[in-house]
Design a binder for this molecule. Structure first.
Ligand SMILES: Nc1ncnc2c1ncn2[C@@H]1O[C@H](COP(=O)(O)OP(=O)(O)OP(=O)(O)O)[C@@H](O)[C@H]1O
Ligand SMILES: [Mg+2]
Length: 335
């Protein structure tokens, strides 16, 4: 579908922010479209929080253009604040304030606030309605901070490490609530360290490293642009390895003593004589066909594609944080 300018709710161009000698954000550009969940991923200190703070008008950038909902947050801060939702830092709430008081206070300060009683239920805070903020557990605090970000029915919501501290069930509940917010038409910018969360939730994501965007795309695009590697592991010997190595798309085929081949019949992984073939395209099918043609059927095989976490680690894993070289340099596809 062709994209009209209206579809872009957030555009940032060459954003820069320095703290003393630290170049926290060093030329970040990207666009977020209406109704997307847009992820911002990257190592500690990469500049993610600084970036989203600048986008919300909470910090003044040194340079760069920001348009959010067609507005410049530096010039139209009051209007921008009314139309966006921000997940506050824990330190922003007094310890003594009660859960319901915080929600009531926030909704009294905005026009057309969402009914906060339903936010209490949505975010699992009913039992803690009268509890003081300071007495909540880490995950409960986090849930209240997200609920507060939604009180003004925002068009764009910024969530910085939304699920940190949440238990596995609470995380899944949070994911489906965020999807519901997106489905209701809001746009979500989500900073996260959890690759499973990004893979499940984000329509697109940017990986930021040392203040620069080093990769951007849908989770599938990120997985495939960084070497769409399929690893096929099967039982066999040197003859099978040689056959596999010749198959179109296969880049390497090695005998790997430790390769585990899932064997449903045995009900467990067998670790003997795995052959590991790596390459692009439907190499699993081609290898199986080639072996069958030679009358050599693999006892079993498993195909694994890289996860977003594999890609993230390949991009960010082995770079010195202080290094100031080209971080786009292609790396081997080894996880
Ligand atoms: N108020 C500040 N004063 C000085 N330096 C700061 C300040 N805020 C952030 N920085 C520095 O800027 C860099 C980027 O920090 P930022 O908080 O944006 O990173 P981040 O990507 O959000 O990291 P994390 O994943 O740990 O939250 C870091 O080197 C940090 O030390
Ligand atoms: Mg941060």
């Amino acid at each position: 579908m062709p994209m009209t300018p209206n579809d872009v709710v957030l555009a940032v161009e060459d954003l820069r922010k320095t703290y003393g000698a630290t170049r926290a954000v060093d030329g970040v550009s990207f666009e977020v479209r209406r109704g997307e969940i847009f992820g911002i991923l990257g190592p500690n200190g990469a500049g993610k929080t600084t970036t989203v703070e600048c986008l919300q008008g909470l910090r003044r950038p040194d340079a760069g253009e920001i348009r959010i909902l067609g507005l410049d947050p530096a010039r139209d801060l009051a209007v921008v604040k009314r139309r966006i939702g921000s997940q506050l830092q824990e330190s922003a709430l007094p310890d003594r304030i009660k859960v319901w008081e915080a929600l009531d206070l926030f909704s009294a300060s905005v026009d057309g606030a969402a009914p906060w009683e339903s936010l209490i239920d949505d975010w699992g805070l009913r039992a803690k309605r009268n509890a003081q903020f300071g007495s909540l557990s880490g995950g409960q605090k986090q849930r209240l901070l997200v609920a507060l970000a939604l009180v003004n029915r925002p068009e764009v919501v910024f969530l910085d490490e939304m699920t940190t501290g949440m238990d596995p069930v609470a995380r899944r509940v949070a994911w489906s609530l965020i999807e519901r917010i997106r489905d209701d038409g809001a746009t979500v910018v989500l900073v996260t360290h959890f690759m499973d969360e990004a893979e499940r939730l984000c329509d697109r994501a940017a990986i930021i490293q040392a203040g620069k965007v080093v990769a951007i795309g849908t989770p599938d695009e990120l997985r495939s642009t960084h070497g769409d590697t399929v690893t096929v592991t099967f039982n066999g010997d040197e003859k099978d390895r040689a056959l596999a190595a010749k198959v179109q798309g296969v880049e390497s085929a090695t005998i790997d003593e430790t390769a585990a081949v899932v064997s449903p019949s045995a009900g467990a992984a067998s670790t003997e004589g795995g052959i590991e073939a790596r390459g692009r395209g439907p190499i699993g099918v081609r290898i199986a066909a080639s072996l069958a043609k030679a009358g050599r059927e693999p006892a079993d095989y498993a195909v694994t594609r890289p996860t977003l976490e594999d890609v993230y680690l390949a991009i960010t894993g082995d770079v010195d944080a202080d290094e100031d070289t080209d971080r786009h340099a292609a790396k081997g596809a080894t996880p």
